[in-house]
Design a protein around this ligand. Structure first.
Ligand SMILES: *Cc1c(COP(=O)(O)O)cnc(C)c1O
Length: 372
């Protein structure tokens, strides 16, 4: 029997509503709604402390952060990136008049295959834009080595990688810049929101100008900036969310662990081993539906929908299959074989702090059924 209320792939965690009122009262009282108000400043600092980084610029959303990161480093020409991501990754390049060059993924991590980057470099290449897909760290050392050799910048789309750490600390420290998203579907949400992590104060300052029309002071405009500012309401939500994020991540870890147990012996259903990070955020639970499974991936997807469970095909189609990308030479299927195979097999199961054990068991039961 289908579930009465739909189960989605995620359900945003929200703090108790009563805790928001004092913040709203303060906003109503001081009437500062945006433009680096008190909550914005507090949230920026609290986030630096939580994530273990020194310089964060808050944004209205992750896409504006990506577009601005490329502007800040004056990236032009061609940028090497992955087809296996949310479409905003490559869109940020087109919005800057940059040509995306797609490189295949490593089938073991679903991240850009670092060993295939060099072959895609041309005299026009200026940067690499990898994604820590599902919060699983990219081959950051190898990517930096290639970037150093060829004089390229590295911007990480870390939209999935909130709170993720490797043995050296936050993975947001890698590359020239990293961007985060606090969209409603992400592990840490401010409804909409995003950020750029900079390596130094000078770069942060330039990014802060760029997100505020290029204003350096009341009468000085230093660049054709954009309006990318996070407002006080978003910042207040962010401050509250920080109080609960550790608990939310622990609950996600438990759900991830339970899936691994429930799905361990289902022929044709595979999941990735734990990543090699020191701290993971359990942001997604992707499974691969292999050919020996009695249903195709899409049949399974539809079967879940009939049961009122909305699993998602992240990432299908590949970015390189969308009309504005598919005519690029690098978008060809033979160039992107692993991404193409993974995209045809993947299904992301619901994972969020409030997901109930009985729902997880129902999901596992649906996967176990052997009918065709
Ligand atoms: C969500 C997401 C973005 C865009 O972030 P928004 O805050 O929704 O603009 C960019 N890249 C990836 C990989 C994402 O998942």
């Amino acid at each position: 029997m289908p579930l009465n209320s739909p189960i989605y792939v995620t359900r945003p965690f929200l703090p108790p509503l009563a805790e928001l009122y004092p913040y709203l009262e303060q906003i109503w009282e001081n009437r500062q709604l945006t433009n680096a108000g008190p909550f914005h400043q507090q949230f920026e600092q609290a986030l630096c402390e939580y994530l273990g980084v020194d310089h964060i610029s808050l944004f209205a959303n992750g896409t504006l952060a990506l577009v601005t990161a490329l502007q800040a480093l004056r990236i032009t020409g061609e940028v090497i990136t992955t087809p296996y991501s949310f479409v905003a990754t490559a869109h940020s390049l087109l919005w800057n008049g940059i040509k995306p060059v797609f490189v295949d993924i490593d089938p073991a991590t679903f991240n850009l295959d670092a060993e295939k980057i060099e072959a895609a470099i041309t005299p026009q290449t200026t940067a690499i834009l990898p994604v820590h897909v599902y919060g699983r760290p990219c081959a950051t050392d190898r990517i930096q080595q290639i970037a150093d050799t060829y004089g390229l910048k590295v911007i990480y789309d870390a939209a999935h990688a909130f709170a993720v750490e490797d043995k050296g600390g936050s993975i947001l420290r890698h590359g020239d810049l990293s961007i985060l998203s606090f969209h409603a579907t992400k592990v840490f949400t401010t409804f909409e929101g995003g950020a750029i992590i900079s390596p130094d104060e000078k770069t942060k300052k330039r990014i802060d100008y760029l997100k505020n029309f290029g204003f350096a002071d009341e009468v000085t405009v230093v660049a054709p900036g954009i309006n990318g500012k996070m407002n006080e309401f978003q910042a207040a939500i962010g401050l509250l969310q920080l109080k609960y994020i550790d608990m939310a991540l622990e609950q996600r870890a438990e759900i991830d662990r339970r899936y691994r147990e429930l799905l361990s012996d289902i022929p044709g259903i595979h999941y990735l081993p734990y990543p090699n990070s020191k701290r993971h955020n359990y942001s997604y639970f992707p499974i691969l539906v292999e050919s020996e499974y009695p249903l195709t991936r899409d049949e399974l997807y539809r079967r879940f929908r009939e049961e009122n469970i909305y699993v998602r095909r992240y990432f299908y189609p590949l970015i390189s299959d969308f009309p504005m990308y598919r005519t690029l030479p690098s978008a060809s299927k033979p160039n992107l074989q692993n991404a193409s195979i993974t995209s045809d097999k993947v299904l992301c199961l619901p994972i969020y702090p409030e997901l109930e054990v009985k729902t997880q068991k129902k999901i596992a039961m649906l996967l176990t059924v052997k009918n065709k």
